[in-house]
Structure formats: structure tokens, C-alpha cells
Design a protein around this ligand. Structure first.
Ligand SMILES: Nc1ncnc2c1ncn2[C@@H]1O[C@H](COP(=O)(O)OP(=O)(O)OP(=O)(O)O)[C@@H](O)[C@H]1O
Ligand SMILES: [Mg+2]
Length: 309
């Protein structure tokens, strides 16, 4: 079982508009509601790859119940810590005339110290059953600094592989706990190391630097250019075939899901890398975030190319 952590979950509403015109009343052509938050994208993709997933984090109120029922309908087991505040909503208005989107992200209400303590107890109860753990995204107000590092330390005590995918200050303060795998994109590695590496050699050096800091597998995702991975003194560049992307938001989450499945199944890391490349490229071809077509994935898998640097 893969355990995912999404502390800042939301109901994500995708509004498809024929044309977005500011300062007018617009009728929405289609609405798609999904359980949102980066860790929930990871959860749905890992579950669709055939691995059982238990999703943890905070949910509250009717929105929280709705989120859990949507998640359960995809096969994921929700094991959230229930909080007093209502789960937030995030709205993505998609203009079909030019394929541009505008997002409105609610801040979400703070969680209390007691709710954080309850989450830690709930996490400790689930952790022994996990084959891999994935921690993603931002945290709501009220979560104390260093919580991700504490979760990573608990995983290491029980010898559970743990993936961390977050950004900014949260990433900086949590990498020192030594997660098994991190997957920054170019901006995230730039803010983590103070300098954005711009060519293959400097990217490989940046990843090896992360290995030296105690991160076994350091992955850098490069959008349509695929991704690089460094481990045990080796560095590889993996490329998916050229595809027609439809929605690349959340492709990084799909990549994390591929790695989580690989680690949970104890696969060789390069096989896991191939799976992560194929499923993230398949996810770029899907309109819905945190989704992919199995047919696309199976077609892309043998077409991914790995090159040792
Ligand atoms: N246009 C594309 N064509 C093929 N594969 C893509 C494309 N965009 C993304 N991918 C795949 O998805 C992976 C992750 O994408 P990206 O680097 O954009 O992640 P990210 O910035 O973390 O995204 P997010 O945080 O929104 O999930 C890439 O390494 C690649 O394998
Ligand atoms: Mg990302």
C-alpha cells in the first residue's frame, strides 16, 4: 500500500467557458469537480497504475465529506484527520477559445495544534502498513515548521521509502531530513540550491549535490524534456516520446506516483523511472489533472528513452 499525505486538500472545480470575458456574467459550459491537492493527484494516478493507495491529510465539513466520497469512487482509501474548518475549494476557469486558464485558490482555514497532534497519531497508525510514502504540496496555516521533516524521520525509523515533492521554504526545511526521493522542477531546484542549473552538466552536479546531502534518488523534472535522475554516483536523462500535450498541470504529481509505485513494488530504480516518465507524459495528454489513459501509458512506456550522462 502507498500512503499519501495531502495536508492542504481542496475541492478542485474546473469551469470550461466558451470565452472568458471579464466584467460580464458568463455561463459555464461544463463543470468538472475533482478531489484536489497535489497528493491526491498522486493518489489517483498510483491507484490507476494498480497499487492500493491510502490517502491522509486534513478534511472538514461537507466539502471534506464530498472530497472523500469522490476519492473513494476512484478506489483510493481515504483516512483523513477530520478538522472543524470546512475544506477549501479551488477554481480553474478554462477559456476554450484560446486554451488559457485562470486559477482562484482559496487560502483554507488554519488547523489547530490538537488537530495536528491527531494527524500525527493517525499517521503513526497507518505507517506500519505502508510499502512507500509520498508527501506532497503545501500545508495549511497552523501546521508547525518542520512537520514534513518529522514525518520523514518516522518513515526512516520504520525503513519505509519516502518521497517528498514540495516547494519553497517547505522544501528547504524538509530536505535535510533525508527523504528517499525528491522531485523538484527547474524553479524548485533553483530556489533550493540558490541557483537554477541551466545545462545538463550543471543539472547533474546539482542532483549529485542532493545525493551527498542524504537523498538516495534525486530527480529533476524538465517538462517536455523529460527528467534526470542521480543515484549511487550515476546520472541518467530520460525522455518520453514527443506527444500532443493537453494539460500539463499535475504532470509532476503523476511522475511522483510512478516512482511511488516503483518503490512500493521494490522495482529497479531505472524501471521505476521509465514508468514515471511514461505515466507523466500520458497525464500531459489528459484534460483532467491527476488522470491518464491506460492505453496512452502502455503505448508510451516502451518508447521512453534513457541515456546515461
Ligand atoms: N509536454 C510534455 N510532453 C511530454 N511529457 C511531459 C510534458 N510535460 C510534462 N511531461 C512529463 O511530466 C514530468 C513532470 O513535468 P513537470 O516538469 O512540468 O513537473 P512539475 O513542474 O512538477 O508539474 P506539477 O507540479 O504541475 O505537477 C516531466 O518530467 C515529463 O516526464
Ligand atoms: Mg511539481
Amino acid at each position: 500500500m502507498i500512503l499519501t499525505v495531502t495536508l492542504n486538500a481542496s475541492i478542485d472545480k474546473l469551469y470550461l467557458l466558451d470565452r472568458a470575458v471579464p466584467e460580464t456574467v458568463m455561463r459555464v459550459r461544463e463543470v468538472h469537480n475533482t478531489s484536489g491537492g497535489k497528493g491526491l493527484n498522486v493518489s489517483r494516478v498510483a491507484q490507476k497504475l494498480g497499487e492500493p493507495v491510502t490517502a491522509m491529510g486534513f478534511t472538514g465539513g461537507f466539502n471534506g465529506q464530498y472530497l472523500e466520497s469522490m476519492l473513494a469512487s476512484t478506489g483510493v482509501s481515504p483516512r483523513f484527520t477530520h478538522v472543524s474548518a470546512e475544506t477549501r475549494s479551488c477554481i480553474n476557469c478554462w477559456d476554450l477559445s484560446n486554451d488559457r486558464s485562470t486559477e482562484y485558490l482559496e487560502p483554507g482555514a488554519p488547523v489547530s495544534p490538537e488537530e495536528v497532534e491527531q494527524f500525527l497519531r493517525d499517521f503513526d497508525a497507518q505507517l506500519p502498513m505502508a510499502d512507500a510514502v509520498s508527501i506532497s504540496g503545501s500545508v495549511p496555516a497552523g501546521v508547525p515548521a518542520g512537520l514534513y521533516a518529522r514525518l520523514i524521520e518516522r518513515c526512516k525509523v520504520l525503513n519505509k521509502p519516502v518521497i517528498l515533492d514540495t516547494s519553497g521554504k517547505l522544501l528547504t526545511e524538509s530536505v535535510s531530513a533525508g527523504p528517499t526521493l525528491v522531485k523538484p522542477n527547474e524553479d524548485e531546484i533553483g530556489s533550493l540550491l540558490g541557483d537554477k542549473p541551466c545545462d545538463e552538466m550543471s543539472r547533474a552536479a546539482a542532483l549529485k549535490h542532493l545525493n551527498n546531502q542524504g537523498i538516495r534518488y534525486a530527480v529533476l523534472s524538465l517538462g517536455a524534456d523529460g527528467a534526470m535522475i542521480a543515484f549511487d554516483g550515476e546520472c541518467w536523462h530520460g525522455r518520453p516520446p514527443r506527444i500532443q500535450p493537453r494539460n500539463t498541470v499535475g504532470c509532476g504529481d503523476s511522475m511522483v506516483a510512478g516512482f511511488a509505485v516503483g518503490l512500493a513494488r521494490n522495482m529497479g530504480i531505472l524501471d521505476a523511472f521509465r514508468m514515471a516518465l511514461a505515466v507523466s507524459a500520458a497525464s500531459a495528454m489528459s484534460l483532467l489533472t491527476g488522470d491518464f489513459s491506460t492505453e496512452d501509458y502502455e503505448r508510451l512506456l516502451p518508447q521512453t528513452e534513457l541515456k546515461r550522462i
